[in-house]
Design a protein around this ligand. Structure first.
Ligand code: GLY
Length: 124
């Protein structure tokens, strides 16, 4: 039997696998439709909802590979809400060979009858 913290780490890893693999259906299934987000692509604006995110999944495949690793996770559970903070290490192949980058992410999850759903993310 998993603890809520183990579940949240697993669901966070699954979400990043969906992003890296371009799996929109898998990503959308893990997100609340009213997902809010601050991320670099939104240029300091708060984005609400899924269409902003779908844009990236709908781009033609680049042919490059991407893999994310969660480093130094910190997970706090408050009732049916989970706050997951970590550094995301991203490895990508490019035309000039592999590159790595990192960003700090906070993801807030809410548990409903179907499991954990992402309700907010912040990447910086
Ligand atoms: N930009 C989508 C995500 O990080 O959840």
């Amino acid at each position: 039997m998993s603890t809520p913290e183990q579940e949240l780490l697993a669901v966070s890893e699954k979400l990043l696998q969906c992003i890296d693999g371009g799996d929109w259906d898998g990503y959308a299934a893990l997100c609340d439709e009213q997902l809010t987000c601050f991320e670099a692509e939104a240029k300091t604006h708060l984005v609400v909802g899924m269409p902003f995110h779908k844009f990236y999944f709908d781009l033609p495949p680049s042919g490059h590979k991407q893999q994310s690793t969660i480093a130094s996770p910190h997970i706090n559970v408050v009732g049916d809400v989970g706050i997951v903070c970590y550094t995301r290490l991203v490895q990508r192949t490019t035309d000039n060979g592999p590159t790595s980058s990192s960003a700090n992410e906070t993801r807030i999850w809410r548990r409903d009858a179907s499991g954990w759903k992402l309700i907010h993310c912040h990447r910086s």
